[in-house]
Structures are given as C-alpha cells and as structure tokens.
Write a protein that binds this ligand. Structure first.
Ligand code: 5AD
Ligand code: SF4
Length: 438
C-alpha cells in the first residue's frame, strides 16, 4: 500500500521552495503527496516566525493534530523551519506537544531523510536543531510543485539585521551559491520546460559579496542567466534598496528575459523610522531608485513591503508612508503590523504602538493601495500585453498570466499552454481582465 505525505507551508517563497526539498526527500523514501491531513502517514509543518501571528497559528494547528494522532498511532508528525530554529520553541513543542515526532531547524533541513529513517527504526522522537549554518549542500532532491515557475536559491541567510527582523537569527549569515551551479540548474529547468525562473535570496542584491571574486555580482549573474537559450523570464526576490545597483537596473531594462515586475521593500516613508529600522537608506535615495526604474523600464511594475506601527512611529511618520504610497503608486503593497520579535533590537525599544492604532494604520494603507490597483486595472484596458498561457478554467477558457502576476481570461481557443503570447486587453469586468490573441 502506498504511504502518503502532507506538507503544510507557512511564510515566504523561501519556505515554499524548501518544502519542495522536503517533498523530494519524502518521495525518495517512497511516499506520495496527498491533499488532506487525514489521508497522510507523514505530516510536515514547515514553519515561519516572522510575526507573532504566524507562530500562534502554527501552534494552534499543531494542537489540532492531536486527534489525528489518536486515531492513527503510526502517524509521523514533523515540525521544521524558522520557528523551530528558536530553542525556546523546540522546548515548548517537547513539553506541550509530545506527539510531534521530529523537530528540526533551518540549518539541517537537508538531513530530514536521515531523521525520518532514525524515527522509523527507533520510534523515539528526534529533536535536532543546529546552532550554525553549514556549507551549501548542492546535492538536494526536489519535488517541484509551482506550475510553470521554478524557484532557484541563489543565496541563503542575511547580514542586514534590520532592527525588527528575526530572519538573520534563524537563517544565519549570507552564503552565495556558486554561479556555475546556479547556471546549470537554470539551464536544466528551462530544458525541462519551466517558463519562469524565480531567484530567491533574503537580499539577492548582495549575491556574491561573500565570494572572493569581484566579477561574482548579482548583475553579472543575471547577465549570465539571460544567455541561456529558451523562452523564459527571470524574476527575483527580495531586493534591498540600499544595494540595488544601476547595473542591475540596466540588465532588467535591456534584457527581454528579465521580468519587469520589481519588488522593492521600502518598509517606511519616514527617514527617522528607516534609521531606527537600520535600513541604511533614505527616502530620497529610494525615490531616486524608483525614478531610475520608471525612466529606464517604462512598463515596470513596482511592489513593496511596508511595516506600520514600528516603535515610535508618530502620526506624521505614518503620514509620510501614506504619501509615499500615493506618490509611487505601487502595483501591490504588502502591509504588515509591526510584531515584536524576541531577541531583535526593536523589540526592546520604547514607545511601542498600541494594537488598535496599528490596525487603523494598516487598514488605511491597504484601502489606499486597493484604490490605486483598481485605477491601474483600468489602465490595462486596450493595451498590448504579453501573457504566459497558464491553465484552462473548468469552463474550458484559457487563462494567461501577465508579468506582474495578474490573470487574464483569453477569448477563443487558439493558444498553447506554457507559451508566451502577445494579446490585447479587450475588457474588464469587476476586477477580471479579458483579452484576445493579437
Ligand atoms: N513585524 C512585522 N513585519 C515584519 N516583516 C519582517 N519582520 C517583521 C516584524 N517583526 C515584514 C517586512 C519584510 C516582510 C517579509 O515581512 O516588511 O519585508
Ligand atoms: Fe530581514 Fe532586513 Fe534581512 Fe530582509 S534584509 S531578511 S527585512 S534583516
């Protein structure tokens, strides 16, 4: 009888991709993916700890597994990722959720297969979290699950220590992958038919800074990947404004293979708050980057991350963030309420902002962003665009995705799945765009 696994992923794209690695390991042990926790022989929670809400939700979901374990004594439960890289969380799981069988962190993700084998032979719970990152392991099995898109790690860890952020503590220092290894992986993925290659790193702009060769830079990596033959697009995330170079902007501007959707997290519109966040750029510098992007890449779409309610954020500071969103007219704003993370500098700062105030600010910002996006959707009407023909609806209509990720329902049947296609946007109903082949 086949044995099934179910992986639940919390958090960012890095975690989504790492779940593909966990799936690869489970497949090599003979397990098959299933859609429901109830059908699984192994359940893995790949966790996040970026905000308190993520951790609370995960603990709630771990609690809910108790019943499944009661019904099926052979069920194996594993919890890993950023949350369990913190020692106190492991202690909490050990004490309150003893039916969790395998616990490991971010630095030893690639050892999961060993832990599975260890548990299967001993039936003793495994709690294994490493304090430090080790050298990059290139020999990783993967089971990719993101359609035409393939995630590719180009670096791990972060050296920036933004004062609110826990990532450097749970992901370790920056380590860049070898450029040739990345090239070979992307080449192989394109040959396999992947159409979007999304390069991942906590700050992709500092790719190569830890390698003793001046030619290993993010701009040179992009230039190199663009020489790979095939009709595919390259995206990347996330990008830190302090390190975004003119050279990178030029590569995006001049190369057809580069996606024109740029995610550039600003975090705040106030210089005082940016300083307290240890972001190391000013709003003037950020706006210069936006100007350069818009000037050199006329069709570029900029999205951002913003934190509201950072300690000491006054009404004036927030107004500056609000004005910035109005000015830049982002194509997407991921707005978060500041969540104190133990061990980070900002967690012990004075003047923490009350929850109701954070709520008010985040809602105000999201309403503005929604309005801007609505107006931008109108601007798509009667323009020429390129879509990747992605899938068919249940009614048999083809659906294309724009570079920025928006869906377009396509008129007619003259399309091939997985191909880039020039279209005209002909209509818009509610928030749905419609188009037809040129
Ligand atoms: N509280 C709220 N949001 C945070 N982010 C990172 N740390 C925190 C925190 N402590 C947000 C930032 C980052 C995104 C991935 O998550 O905006 O860019
Ligand atoms: Fe966190 Fe800043 Fe590193 Fe991004 S750059 S992961 S926000 S510390």
């Amino acid at each position: 009888m086949t044995k099934n696994y179910f992986i639940k992923t919390y958090g960012c794209q890095m975690n989504i991709h790492e779940s593909e690695k966990l799936a690869g390991m489970l497949q090599s042990l003979g397990y098959t993916s299933c859609d429901k926790e109830e059908d699984a022989d192994v359940i893995v929670f790949n966790t996040c700890c970026i905000r308190d809400g993520a951790e609370t939700k995960i603990f709630g979901n771990i609690g809910a597994l108790k019943n499944l374990k009661k019904k099926n004594k052979n069920l194996i439960i594993a919890v890993c990722g950023c949350m369990t890289q913190q020692k106190e969380r492991v202690a909490q799981i050990k004490e309150k959720y003893p039916y969790v069988n395998i616990v490991f962190g971010t630095h030893n993700l690639n050892e999961f297969k060993e832990y599975m084998q260890q548990y299967l032979s001993s039936h003793k719970n495994v709690y294994e979290v490493w304090d430090q990152e080790k050298a990059i392991d290139e020999d990783v099995e993967m089971y990719r699950t993101s359609g035409w898109n393939a995630w590719v790690n180009i670096m791990y860890g972060c050296n920036n220590f933004c004062s609110y952020c826990i990532v450097p503590y749970v992901r370790g220092r920056e380590r860049s992958r070898n450029m040739l290894d990345i090239h070979k992986e992307v080449e192989h993925l394109v040959q396999q038919g992947y159409k979007i290659i999304t390069l991942l790193g906590q700050n992709v702009n500092s790719y190569g800074n830890d390698i003793d060769d001046k030619n290993i830079t993010f701009a040179n990596l992009l230039k190199d990947l663009c020489t790979i033959p095939g009709d595919f697009r390259i995206k990347f995330m996330s990008s830190h404004p302090k390190d975004l170079t003119d050279e990178v902007i030029d590569v995006i501007a001049t190369n057809k293979k580069m996606s024109k959707a740029v995610h550039l997290p600003v975090q705040s519109g106030s210089n005082a708050i940016l300083k307290a966040m240890n972001r190391k750029y000013t709003i003037e510098h950020y706006l210069e980057l936006v100007d350069k992007l818009r000037h050199k890449i006329p069709n570029c779409r900029i999205t951002t991350d913003i934190i509201v309610g950072f300690p000491g954020e006054t009404e004036e500071d927030f107004a500056m963030t609000y004005d910035l969103v109005k000015k830049v007219r982002y194509s997407g704003v991921f707005a978060f309420m500041y969540s104190p993370r133990k061990g980070t500098v900002a967690a012990s700062m004075d003047h923490q902002i009350p929850q109701e105030e954070k709520n008010r600010r985040v809602n105000k910002l999201l309403a503005l962003s929604k309005q801007i996006i609505k107006e931008q959707a109108e601007e798509f009407l009667h323009t020429r665009q390129e879509v990747l023909v992605d899938h068919k609806t249940e009614q048999g209509e083809f659906v294309g995705i724009l570079d920025c990720g928006k869906d377009v329902i396509l008129n007619g049947q003259n399309y091939t799945l997985g191909q880039y296609q020039n279209i005209m946007i002909t209509d818009k109903k509610n928030n749905q765009l419609y188009g037809c082949a040129e």
